[in-house]
Design a protein around this ligand. Structure first.
Ligand code: RNT
Ligand code: ZN
Length: 422
């Protein structure tokens, strides 16, 4: 199906009138939605493999399953795949990389010795394409992570190695921030934990706290880096105990005044992060949200326009939290075309953001404050069927990206021309 531009415009003009009746300016909602940066995870493009020459599954309890053809095998492939995917997604983008995507020109550089120069190709690309970068130290898929413990390891040498890695990562993120004139988010997630019941739950947490202090107490240039820490409920191999639990990092981020990362897949399957937003923002300066989709567990399925996702975006929009929340994606599916996986996820988030910004939320609060909760519920029901898709199509048209499913054909062509030749 190829969209008729005039039909999109006509439908939009009708929708615009409807929204106007509810006090919403849809033109300005489109403009605002386009400006919200969404940080795209590079690791969807190569199944979290990285460029260190690792083969097979990643360690640390995260796992991309599937073997769809076309995985990016190096920086050039990953960047050109990403550029092509970007052309299918409306709105401001950032690109999120891990330390093991360093390009060291064939020379082995241990992770604790990585420096900004090993990311010079990334930084050049970032400037050329005007795509700011975010960063993550990688505490997994490494022999020194095989024991299941990194920053909280009992072995001082292992712990030191990872502290050095954490320190070098912050220097790299700081260099990104300078290069792009916008702070790079540096997100710390470690896999540390135990498959079975630990005897001592306290000591690893004490060690983690000390190690994080060593990493985070080193100042970086102002406005170059935003530090974040990410908790988890469990992982494969850490079912009984995770050192960096939600409560651990909630306390830590509050004390250190750094961002807390809430990954939508890192809580109990029925536990939403919606309530955590207004609760934690009273105590931490900001949040990093990893949009993901857990199916029965932290399965890292492609993010979709789900009730869960829409609710999170509504919560952000209702309180205008855009300057306190960094939006990022975190999933990896190797069983489908990876460019489509990126595109579906990023478009779904942009869609949820637009819908959230189109919500006549002032009417909801007014009903609530006047005690007319039946009206609040009736309005919520009504808003679900406002002509949102007409506005979304217009946004895509304005952004000069394919409307509707028109992006599927270019993906098929790219697959034939590029991906299947790998
Ligand atoms: C793992 C965390 C973490 C990773 C990425 C690759 O459970 O969600 O964010 O997925 O850093
Ligand atoms: Zn995550």
């Amino acid at each position: 199906m190829y969209t008729d531009k005039n039909a999109v415009k006509d439908a939009y003009n009708a929708a615009k009138e409807t929204y106007k009746q509810f006090g919403i300016d849809s033109d300005s909602a489109i403009r605002k939605t386009m400006e919200i940066p969404v940080s795209i995870q590079c690791w969807q493009g190569d199944d979290v493999t990285g460029f260190e020459g690792n083969v097979g599954a990643s360690s640390g309890g995260i796992l991309a399953t599937g073997d769809y053809p076309g995985r990016a095998r190096n920086g050039d492939e990953l960047r050109s795949d990403a550029e092509f995917a970007f052309s299918l997604m409306p709105g401001k983008k950032r690109f999120n990389i891990h330390s093991f995507y360093a390009e060291t020109g064939g020379i082995k550089v241990t992770r604790d010795a990585l420096e900004p120069e090993h990311f010079s190709r990334w930084m050049r690309w970032s400037q050329e394409k005007n795509i700011p970068l975010d960063f993550n130290p990688s505490f997994f898929s490494h022999p020194l992570a095989d024991s299941g413990y990194t920053l909280s390891s009992r072995d001082p040498e292992i712990r030191r190695f990872w502290i050095r890695h954490g320190l070098s990562s912050r220097r790299i993120a700081g260099a990104f921030g300078e290069n792009q004139n916008s702070p790079a988010v540096n997100n710390i997630w470690i896999p540390d934990g135990s498959k079975d019941l630990p005897a001592d739950r306290m000591s690893p947490r004490l060690r983690l706290k000390d190690a994080l202090d060593e990493i985070l107490d080193i100042p970086q240039k102002p406005n170059t880096i935003t530090d974040a820490v990410e908790s988890k409920l469990f992982g494969i191999g850490s079912e009984a105990y995770v050192v960096g639990s939600h409560e651990f990092y909630l306390g830590y981020a509050g004390e250190k005044k750094i961002q807390l990362c809430l990954d939508m897949g890192h809580f109990h399957p029925t536990e939403s992060i919606v309530d955590k937003i207004s609760s934690t923002l009273l105590f931490v300066p900001g949040l990093l949200v990893h949009f993901s989709r857990g199916l029965r567990w932290d399965s890292d399925h492609v993010a979709i326009y789900s009730d869960d996702q829409r609710e999170v975006c509504r919560e952000i929009a209702r309180h205008n939290l855009f300057n306190r929340i960094n939006i990022a994606l975190d999933y990896f599916d190797a069983s489908i075309n990876r460019i489509a996986a990126w595109t579906i996820g990023v478009r779904s988030i942009r869609k949820s953001l637009l819908e959230a910004l189109l919500e006549p939320s002032a009417l909801l609060t007014e009903a609530e404050q006047s005690g007319r909760n039946h009206e609040r519920l009736a309005l919520m029901e009504e808003f679900k069927t406002l002509p949102f898709s007409a506005v979304w199509n217009k946004l895509c048209l304005d952004a000069e990206v394919p409307v509707g499913t028109d992006w599927l054909k270019p993906v098929r062509e790219y697959e034939e021309k590029v991906l299947l030749k790998r």
